[in-house]
Design a protein around this ligand. Structure first.
Ligand code: EPS
Length: 377
């Protein structure tokens, strides 16, 4: 399975083609739309989100809501469309790069002076197209009882010390939380971080924790570096704009611990099969899922565009100037959590298809059932 997105932030639309998705899966576009809506929400989002009403239009690859096994083309139209691919547009030229954005590196790469030609594609708006793919994948994974959930662990300097019991706990607690917090008190403290940053014309980042399960043991492989499930998951999560750190399970916490205090001992019972009482590995050992929930954390840097801009340089004059003031978010951690679930669902779906066959749901189901019987034995 693979997908390609196209589209600029202020282009006509975001487009995605998903190829290699199995035949026979029922896809509900209202489920995709509700994920798109969640990506637009959350405290700290900026003015653009009040303009857009992201909705998917599925153009191909389905008949009567069921996938055909053919490429699935999906479109999310932009309301704030300014780019005219075939003629003059009404974007004002911008020459002052915004620190921490793709502006300078992109301008140097392409010998560009107008940063519109960089930021339009580098914008996090592209993730709306990915969310469409993630939602399709979540609907596939749901057929095997696999759910993907996430919550906001940290905003700015405030970190929640609460730990979820399981995936259903996260789904239940975050259902009515705009910030996707699992605790009301923590949510208030995290909101304060966002409001304070907004008052100070600043921005904040945070940490999102992602859980996936139930996943069968055996997804991914230790045979080659690029087949390892943790390597795939880490690279997919790192590909989200503004992500600067990824941890699987105990992650960096492992470094300061002894093996006897950190490795997950193995047990067996007739009901459960093989299991662990702890999950420091985050459900992946040797690049392969071990049947425990998959747990990853990502660190998002503060939003790059600041209302109180940093020093920068005008690409045309080479003179020092304050960075461009472009409409932006104060925080987008809750939105990022939807994209993180998306990338996790895509990585897991690819691993399912590698393990159980890829072109027909009926055959994948039968392979999956037989496999589960063998690993229980
Ligand atoms: C975004 C759309 C963008 C930004 C934001 C994310 O719209 P505009 O640039 O018109 O305000 O709101 O992008 C960034 C903050 C960024 O740094 O890329 C979206 O749809 O998520």
């Amino acid at each position: 399975m693979r997908f390609l997105t196209a589209g600029e932030s202020h282009g006509k639309a975001l487009t995605v083609i998903l190829e290699g998705f199995p035949k026979g899966v029922k896809i509900n576009n209202s489920v995709i739309n509700s994920e798109l809506e969640k990506r637009m929400q959350g405290p700290g989002r900026g003015g653009r989100m009040r303009i857009e009403k992201d909705k998917v239009e599925i153009l191909s690859g389905l008949r009567n809501k069921i996938t055909l096994g053919s490429p699935i083309a999906m479109v999310v139209k932009n309301k704030d469309a300014k780019i005219n691919p075939q003629g003059k547009d009404n974007l004002e030229e911008k020459n002052i790069v915004r620190p921490a954005h793709a502006d300078l590196a992109g301008a140097l790469k392409y010998g560009e002076k107008d940063i519109n030609n960089i930021l339009e594609r580098a914008s996090a708006r592209e993730t709306a197209a990915r969310v469409c793919v993630g939602s399709v994948c979540k609907q596939f994974l749901g057929l095997f009882g696999t759910k993907v959930a996430s919550y906001t662990k940290q905003i700015g300097s405030y970190q929640s010390s609460k730990n979820p019991k399981d995936i259903n706990f996260i789904l239940e607690k975050t259902k009515n939380s705009m910030l996707k917090a699992i605790d009301k008190k923590d949510e208030q403290a995290m909101l304060q971080q966002i409001n304070k940053a907004k008052e100070e014309k600043d921005s904040v980042g945070g940490v999102v924790e992602i859980w996936a399960g139930v996943t069968p043991a055996g997804l991914g492989s230790f045979m080659q570096f690029d087949q390892k499930l943790d390597a795939k998951l880490a690279s997919y999560l790192m590909s989200i704009p503004a992500i600067k750190g990824v941890e699987i399970g105990a992650g960096f916490g492992y470094a300061g611990k002894k093996g006897s205090h950190s490795h997950d001992a193995v047990y067996y019972s007739k009901d459960k099969g093989y299991y662990h009482k702890t999950n420091n590995s985050g459900g992946i050992e040797g690049g392969v899922s071990n049947g425990e929930p998959i747990v990853a954390r990502i660190a998002m840097k503060p939003i790059a565009t600041l209302a109180k801009p940093l020093d920068s340089v005008n690409l045309k004059t080479k003179k020092r100037q304050k960075a461009s003031l472009i409409r932006s978010d104060t925080a987008a951690v809750a939105a990022c959590s939807v994209v993180a679930e998306t990338m996790c669902a895509i990585a897991l779906t690819e691993s399912y298809l590698d393990k159980f066959g890829s072109d027909s749901l009926a055959q994948i189901r039968s392979n999956y059932k037989n496999y589960l019987k063998t690993i229980k034995k």
